[in-house]
Design a protein around this ligand. Structure first.
Ligand SMILES: NC(=O)c1ccc[n+]([C@@H]2O[C@H](COP(=O)([O-])OP(=O)(O)OC[C@H]3O[C@@H](n4cnc5c(N)ncnc54)[C@H](O)[C@@H]3O)[C@@H](O)[C@H]2O)c1
Length: 411
């Protein structure tokens, strides 16, 4: 199912559980603003190349809109729309004062040089600078982008609007980034997994994990999980897949990936078919790459008991039904990967205060938010007799609906 159709379906199910007024339901689904821009740049060889960029601002009832910018060949209008909507529910589940947005450029960053990426990012920023800002819409990194991308956006934005570090989060520390932001989504995944396992009388130590995706989120989740005694038995990325029943040596794998730009060629494990990573035998599966990978075809063969959605919308609604029948517990994306946006919020707060927190404070606050988040989701599960995905959706949607009604949306 297309990402937008799947997200809309989950929203509508939540709206029904909450008994939302049908006009309010309709209004919450419609994005606030959708922008599509052509970004034309000179390539290093002197030729011209054009790329399509998007920024979708979904909702701002609870605060400035917030969401990542993705550089990937599959970025399209529907996917960015779905991701923007998910951000609205995610910031509400995390209970931080933001709305939701998402952006992206349809490109393959691996095929562009650093100077081409810089030109592309600056052209994109020139086209959207008057629509973003610390109190309007605050971008952050996502797939294919990182602190350097945020530094270029900040620099280009500042040419028009002056020094404004709170305009983007996920910046390098030297430009006002927060300690702990780089690891935050992976650390949030660790805290969310711990909180869920505690509910089941279990802990991370001794559990066997499989992780799809070994970029920012997947590699940090792997490092932190292995530090807690979890065994990462298989990983994959765009270059290939590896397994080791005894547990991969994650610090060595991280060094290998830093030097070789991928997991391929690492000697501490056996190569395996990347397509079978999701169905590899394990206790806990962590998709940390693309959306839609757990679908009707893959769900029936999944052997994990728990799925922690580090990626955005990795699970299709059809797969949700198949996995529920198999008794697999799914911790949904809008809670499980909210550690990134939560520490982005801490970064924004530090920029506005002009006061830098130490790393221990960032991590302790993140732990508080993630633990409180699961409690809120579980309370909604009990109230509406639903699974964790609907618990998270009803929590997020109810908070946004309340803010919308308080503002007086019908005038
Ligand atoms: N970065 C964040 O703070 C953040 C926050 C919340 C959610 N997310 C989500 O987490 C996911 C990963 O984001 P990231 O920031 O780690 O991106 P990234 O670009 O740092 O890493 C992406 C990883 O996925 C791998 N990958 C790409 N295609 C693949 C494929 N077909 N099969 C297996 N692996 C593949 C890449 O090789 C890379 O290892 C995305 O869904 C993103 O939306 C990221």
């Amino acid at each position: 199912m297309n990402a937008l159709a799947a997200t809309n379906r989950n929203f509508r199910l939540a709206a029904r559980l909450l008994g939302l007024d049908s006009k309010l339901e309709q209004s919450l689904l419609i994005p606030f603003r959708e922008v599509k821009v052509e970004c034309t740049i000179p390539k290093d060889d002197g030729s011209l190349a054009s790329f399509v960029g998007f920024r979708v601002q979904h909702d701002n009832a609870r605060g400035p809109m917030k969401g990542g910018i993705r550089y990937h060949p599959e970025v399209d209008h529907d996917e960015v729309n779905a991701l923007a909507q998910l951000m609205t529910w995610k910031t509400a589940v995390a209970n931080i004062p933001y709305g939701g947005a998402k952006g992206g450029i349809g490109c393959n960053p691996g095929e562009l040089s650093i100077s081409e990426l810089e030109r592309l990012t600056r052209v994109f920023t020139q086209k959207i600078h008057d629509l973003i800002g610390a109190h309007r819409d605050v971008p952050a990194p996502d797939m294919g982008t990182g602190p350097q991308t945020m530094a270029w956006i900040l620099d280009e934005y500042s040419k028009f609007h002056g020094h404004s570090p709170a305009t983007v989060t996920g910046k390098p520390i030297d430009l006002g980034g927060s300690l702990g932001r780089d690891a935050a989504t992976g650390r949030g995944v660790l805290f969310a997994t711990e909180a869920l396992l505690n509910e089941h009388g279990m802990s991370i130590s001794g559990q066997r994990f499989v992780i799809q995706g070994f970029g920012n989120v997947g590699s940090w989740a792997a490092q932190l999980i292995s530090e807690q005694g979890g065994k990462v038995v298989a990983v994959s990325d765009v270059t290939g897949a590896l397994k080791n029943e005894k547990g991969l040596d994650i610090p060595s794998l991280v060094n290998h990936v830093n030097e070789n730009h991928g997991v391929k060629g690492f000697h501490g494990g056996d190569e395996m078919d990347p397509n079978s990573v999701l169905v590899e035998d394990c206790d806990i599966l962590i998709p940390a790459a693309l959306g839609g990978v757990i679908n009707r075809d893959t769900a029936k063969d999944i052997r994990a008991k728990f799925i922690i959605e580090a990626a955005n919308h990795p699970t299709d609604p059809e797969a949700d039904e198949i996995l529920a029948k198999k008794g697999v517990v799914i911790l949904p994306d809008i809670y499980a990967n909210s550690g990134g946006v939560t520490v982005s919020y801490f970064e924004w707060v530090q920029n506005i205060q002009g006061f830098m927190w130490d790393g221990d404070k960032v991590n302790a606050e993140l732990h508080k938010y993630m633990t409180r988040g699961l409690k809120g989701v579980k309370d909604m599960c009990r109230t509406h007799n639903c699974d964790l995905r609907m618990g998270a959706f009803t929590l997020g949607v109810s908070r946004v609906a309340r803010a919308t009604l308080l503002r007086g949306w019908e005038a």
